[in-house]
Design a protein around this ligand. Structure first.
Ligand code: COA
Length: 537
């Protein structure tokens, strides 16, 4: 007699095979390379700048975060390589650190300017990263702490930073909206807080300012002199004493940074922790197989398919999966599992999307929604099946159902791009536009609308439309080469993360930890009621 049970996934991976070993070295070296780039991004600062920062009695942004968060708790940093290889690499991390930390037992979004990067000023990726962190706070109902130390807009970039809807002004718009949603916001002014930036403490529930180093003003002394002729010092214009005793722009005066951090932790004692969404978490059990096998399973050439069961077996607790519709629509795997004890629905590509696999995924998503179970999308997708047969079957209708279900899901979604992310498959599998609570990418991944070869073929066939021969001209050969180069460069994980199309590149071996932190974070917001029952597709 058969029954629906948690099946322990068996592995067929041959860890001694040449293929496994080659893949292992390739993927491991990609992770090491990311680690190297990360370390350079965090540590490559001009000695003079660091010295000056220290001389002022200031801590570095990461030191501030470490002191602020509870001892022995992890900090999940977002988009660490934002702006990578842009602006001559002068904006490591886009000059801002954002992430999820724990303060007084409360999961909190922390947004910290890095004043050692061009005075903590904002280029467009800085703003995008700041706004994304606010968005994560809103969609997961988390308090925010702003560690402010910034010269505001990076003036040479003002046209890309200042006036548009998702530019600098959106930060304060969001603060107002977050406040209206009763999300607590606390600002610590630990350096300059100039021009529009002055609204960060001004729009927070409570603000703390550090004596001597903290300052808040709409215009600094040079601009005041130019505008009105008034000569005034920083302290007289907007120092800590002025704002805590005369203007009331700040609420608490801190003697130094350590004191400010202590005051902030005191504020958190009275924030009133909220009840989390119920979920039947069990004890965490490690997968049966070593997670670093993933390096050997993921092929260097993503055109080679993988057996996604082998990846799932290394991510879920005890390598157990209760599969849904195991024999139907096999190019997608759907099923229930646990990640560090949390009950989750897994939706994982195991080939391209056919009509049956799309309908199966839609049906499963609806089940997760109706049972209040967070979903994990494991993306390795070249797209939907193309061709006359499938268009006639109405594959676009089936894709539309999946997209509808993903877009309107009432439960948290987490997306990990583990390999390819192409075509409308990216959308149906909870790509960035489908607002997953978090989206991370593995270092080997490639993300582009289609492969470079196909893109080149499409473009060249358009040019050859009215020609009898399909022999390439010299111009077309050059065009093909250029398209191939561009697609190669623009589809890498580093390119994606530099532009904040994701929340960061993660080492595959950290995936379970990252997902568990994300799920825990998402439980701070009660799940809304599902919009429909379950339709059989
Ligand atoms: N736009 C462009 N570049 C800026 C900048 C801004 N708003 N503010 C600072 N920088 C640059 C500086 O030119 C310097 O660049 P460099 O390293 O290539 O020489 C770097 O950032 C660090 O600035 P510096 O003044 O040397 O550091 P500091 O720690 O002594 O002071 C500030 C930092 C932010 C307090 C100070 O630079 C300042 O007051 N800037 C102007 C702030 C302002 O008026 N902003 C209005 C914009 S809305």
């Amino acid at each position: 007699m058969s029954k629906i049970s948690m099946v322990v996934l068996k592995t067929r991976v041959k860890t001694q095979s040449d293929e496994f070993i080659t893949n292992y070295h390739y993927n491991k070296s990609l992770s090491k390379n990311i680690q190297k780039i990360l370390s350079a991004s965090q540590n490559s600062r001009d000695e003079k700048v660091l010295l000056q920062h220290r001389k002022r009695g200031k801590l570095l942004a990461r030191e501030r975060i470490k002191l602020l968060t509870d001892k022995n708790t992890p900090f999940l940093e977002f988009s660490q390589l934002a702006a990578y290889e842009k602006y001559n690499n002068q904006f490591p991390g886009a000059g801002i650190i954002t992430g999820l930390g724990v303060i007084e037992g409360m999961e909190t979004i922390i947004i910290a300017n890095d004043a050692t990067v061009k005075g903590g000023t904002y280029v467009s990726e800085t703003i995008k990263k700041h706004l994304r962190a606010q968005e994560i706070a809103l969609s997961n109902n988390l308090p925010i702490v702003y560690l402010v130390d910034s010269g505001g807009i990076y003036l040479p970039e003002q046209a890309n930073v200042y006036p548009d809807s998702d530019h600098f002004g959106k930060i304060f718009f969001n603060q107002a909206k977050l406040s209206a949603e009763r999300i607590p916001q606390v600002a610590l002014v630990m350096g300059s807080c100039t021009a529009g930036g002055a609204y960060i403490p001004a729009m927070s529930d409570e603000s703390i300012i550090v004596r001597d180093t903290g300052s808040i003003f709409l215009a600094g002394p040079p601009l005041v002199k130019a505008a009105t002729g008034e000569i005034v010092t920083v302290e007289e214009l907007g120092g800590a004493d002025i704002h805590t005793s005369i203007s009331g722009v700040a609420d608490h005066l801190a003697e130094n940074e350590q004191d400010a951090i202590l005051l902030c932790r005191n504020i958190f004692e009275h924030i009133n922790k909220k009840q989390k969404q119920f979920t039947d978490r069990k004890e965490s059990v490690a997968p049966l197989y070593p997670i670093d096998d993933i390096y050997g399973i993921m092929p260097a050439n993503l055109k080679k398919g993988i057996n996604m069961y082998e990846i799932i077996a290394r991510l879920v607790d005890a390598s157990c999966l209760q599969e849904f519709k195991a024999n139907y629509g096999k190019s997608i795997i759907t099923g229930f599992a646990r990640i560090m004890g949390y009950n989750v629905g897994i939706i994982a590509n195991n080939g391209i999307l056919f009509p049956e696999s799309t309908l199966k995924a839609t049906h499963f998503i609806e089940i997760c929604c109706n049972r209040n179970i967070p979903m994990i999308f494991l993306q390795n997708i070249a797209g939907f099946m193309v061709g006359k047969e499938y268009e006639h079957k109405g594959i676009a209708k089936d894709g539309a159902k999946m997209i509808q279900a993903v877009a309107t899901a009432n439960v948290p979604k987490f997306t990990i791009i583990i390999g390819s992310s192409s075509g409308a498959g990216n959308y149906a599998m909870a790509g960035r536009a489908y607002q997953p609570n978090l989206l991370f990418i593995w270092p080997n991944s490639k993300i582009s609308v289609m492969g470079g070869e196909q893109a080149a073929e499409v473009l060249i066939s358009i040019k050859q439309k009215n020609r009898s021969t399909d022999q390439l001209t010299a111009d077309e050969t050059r065009l093909k080469q250029k398209i191939l180069q561009n697609f190669e460069a623009e589809s890498s994980a580093l390119y994606s993360t530099s532009r904040i199309w994701d929340d960061g590149i993660i080492d595959p071996v950290d995936t379970r930890k990252v997902l568990a932190m994300g799920i825990s974070m998402s439980l701070n917001k009660p799940f809304p009621e599902p919009k429909t029952g379950v339709y059989r597709m």
